[in-house]
Ligand binder design. Structure first.
Ligand code: XIL
Length: 328
């Protein structure tokens, strides 16, 4: 019997992949989604702008549930865990909310309604959700990123959103998710302080470190330190959007064997660090896409080519895939 990521991590932690609903209907994707992984995160299909499509004349939210419904059915048919991503994110705001001219209280009521409607509709079917994504500012001197949610709901908007979610369904595991957690100790400190505040009111269950990292940055010691600081909190740990860039210096036009092997080593280190977390705190490692040519780090966004994932363009396992197994 062939060893897969899924079989190698059974009864240990979930191995997730960022998926799209459309790709679940393509045989080669379906095959790997269901045999290699035990969890899915929607890369975009469960974001607010995908679901909340408008506001009608009576002030009610108009929904498009088609993709999220289909993904949850798919997960159930294939025995996959579902991690919801993401209720609140400043880069996925519905146009109707951007342009909303009602009062701040009316805005907040819409957010509460949205969170409540999503949680009610999928009661018992989504294990965990990122409630708020990327709320902390990158500037060390600023606490909260200046977003529409901050402007409309005040600087306790994160706590409000977690409270709405907890009230809507106390059985869903509530996560906070953010990037640069491994090397920006100042930003991480702000996140961990926020986690303490949320824990004091029992409003959070887990934290996602996105883990968009490079083959040579940050150091293994930095990743270990950042993980240790999170493990010290009473929360589940998710390495939520793992990908490993090989070309930050823009010195490659094609993937080389040497760089592929460096990526294998890096993935191995990350998995080793995660696997050493106490069992009751290990939630999942999720990779941010299946194969290299699906990555969000395309030259148009990223300025240069990348090969950051575990499978190549032909759906074949890369050395980085082996690195994952070697880390266990
Ligand atoms: C990205 C998707 O991968 C892209 O397809 C989309 O255009 C923008 O969002 N941090 C997150 C993810 O939390 O939701 C982002 O996903 C990548 C950065």
């Amino acid at each position: 019997e062939d060893v897969t990521l899924k079989s190698a991590t059974e009864n240990n932690f979930f191995v997730g992949v960022a998926v799209s609903e459309a790709r679940t209907n393509i045989a080669a994707y379906d095959q790997l989604y269901t045999t290699e992984f035990s969890s899915i995160t929607a890369e975009n299909d469960m974001k607010m702008a995908s679901i909340f499509t408008g506001i009608d004349g009576s002030g009610n939210i108009i929904y498009d549930w088609s993709k999220i419904d289909a993904l949850i059915d798919y997960a159930e048919d294939n025995n996959l865990n579902v991690h919801g991503h993401t209720l609140i994110w400043h880069r996925s705001i519905p146009e109707a909310l951007e342009n909303f001219t009602g009062t701040d209280q009316e805005f907040e009521d819409l957010i509460e309604q949205y969170i409540t409607d999503v949680f009610t509709r999928y009661q018992g079917r989504i294990n965990s959700w990122d409630v708020v994504n990327e709320a902390i500012d990158d500037d060390a001197s600023i606490q909260w990123r200046n977003t529409l949610f901050l402007q409309r709901m005040g600087d306790n908007y994160v706590e409000k959103c977690f409270a709405f979610a907890r009230a809507a369904d106390p059985n869903v595991k509530l996560f906070y998710n953010d990037y640069n957690m491994t090397f920006d100790g100042t930003k991480r400190g702000k996140v961990l302080d926020m986690v303490d505040d949320l824990l004091a009111s029992d409003l959070i269950d887990g934290v996602g470190y996105q883990m968009h990292i490079d083959y040579n940055f940050p150091t293994k010691e930095e990743i270990q330190q950042a993980t240790d600081e999170l493990v010290a909190k009473d929360v589940l740990v998710h390495f939520a959007e793992l990908d490993v860039k090989l070309n930050a210096a823009n010195d490659l036009t094609d993937l080389t064997e040497e760089r592929s092997q460096a990526q294998r080593q890096r993935v191995r280190e990350v998995v080793e660090i995660f696997n050493a977390i106490p069992q009751n705190k290990k939630y999942a490692i999720t990779v941010w896409g299946l194969k290299d040519d699906d990555t969000w780090l395309i030259p148009e966004n990223n300025g240069r080519p990348e090969w950051p994932l575990l499978f190549d363009e032909s759906f074949e396992r890369k050395p980085a895939y082996l690195g994952f197994l070697e880390g266990l």
